[in-house]
Design a protein around this ligand. Structure first.
Ligand code: ZN
Length: 180
């Protein structure tokens, strides 16, 4: 059995935002990669989590809960979302260790099916530490994709130039040509 390829328009963002990017708009209709365990398998594979975590109904349910919490945090702000994100984080903790290779931190989960959800919530905390202002929603009008702006000047506006960037350019061009 082969896992179908990732159908999403934007991949490769940090885990927390990649989880949000399991929802996207196509011709005005919101698509959802996490509408079943098949899509979950694709998502786990895309994020290098397939070996350690099962693509089953429990993982899916917890991941959808984490996604709702992160959506609320990114779109609404930490004040209202903090208890939701915190509730996900409560299912895991970090164990500090000294290994032969040096210091290490390992996540531990009381219930392994919370693993991917916890990792995504934890990654959101890391992004907040690195630069909360760089957590962005695409400026495309009907676009719901998110990215972490790693450009030098922090000027990235689009999920991708090929999709939303060009659309914006084309509509500006259209407006200008109508004025002229
Ligand atoms: Zn976009």
């Amino acid at each position: 059995m082969t896992t179908p390829r990732d159908p999403r328009p934007l991949t490769g963002e940090p885990l927390a935002l990649d989880l949000l990017n399991t929802r996207w708009n196509r011709e005005g209709v919101t698509q959802d990669l996490l509408d079943g365990t098949e899509g979950l398998a694709v998502w786990l594979l895309s994020n290098g989590l397939a070996g350690d975590h099962a693509a089953d109904a429990e993982v899916l349910e917890h991941l959808r809960e984490a996604r709702a919490a992160l959506r609320s945090a990114v779109d609404g702000g930490p004040a209202q979302a903090a208890p939701l994100v915190d509730a996900v984080l409560a299912h895991g903790r970090i164990r500090a260790r000294l290994t032969p290779d040096g210091p290490a931190e390992e996540p531990e989960f009381a219930d392994a099916s919370w693993g991917p959800a916890w990792l995504a919530a934890r990654n959101y905390l890391e992004l907040l530490t690195r630069g909360p202002e760089r957590i962005r929603t695409c400026a495309g009008g009907s676009c719901i994709l998110h990215f972490f702006d790693t450009s030098r000047n922090g000027t990235r506006r689009w999920c991708s130039m090929a999709a939303c960037g060009n659309r914006a350019k084309a509509s500006r061009h259209y407006a200008r040509s109508r004025e002229g």
